[in-house]
Structures are given as C-alpha cells and as structure tokens.
Write a protein of this length. Structure first.
Length: 79
C-alpha cells in the first residue's frame, strides 16, 4: 500500500507538460513506486540540472533523436 500512497501524492504534484506526459503513459507502464521513479527520472532528470547561463542558451540544439515538441519543452526548462 505504501507504493499506492506515494504514487497518489506524486500525481498530485504534477502539472502542465509533466501531467500530460504522465496521463499519456500506458496503463501497465507503472507497476510500483520504483518503476515510476525510474520512468520519471529517465524523462526529466536532465531538466533538474541548474539553469544554464544566458550564453549557454544560445548553444542549445535539438538532439538527433529528439522530436520538436520534446526539444521545445527541454529548451523552456533551460531558459
């Protein structure tokens, strides 16, 4: 039951694109708190780094395997 409580609390903290991302996950994507943590960190860990300096923002480029929507989301977190 502890996993269920953690997942409910976690869901309540999500908003905007993170909430849309979560809601788009398949029903069987998350089976435990550990799997949620792994999936979330895989998606958002790069966003948790400190803000880049204004000069570094000019160096941001779309990654080779990154679609435009994901690139724009990542850019908005950096700037």
């Amino acid at each position: 039951m502890e996993d269920v409580h953690k997942l409910k609390i976690f869901l309540a903290t999500l908003k905007d694109s993170a909430l849309r991302w979560f809601m788009g996950l398949g029903e069987s994507s998350i089976r435990s708190w550990e799997s949620m943590k792994d999936i979330f960190l895989k998606k958002y860990q790069d966003y948790c780094n400190t803000k880049e300096s204004r000069n570094d923002i000019c160096k941001v480029q779309q990654l080779e395997d990154e679609n435009l929507k994901d690139y724009m989301e990542r850019f908005s977190y950096i700037s």
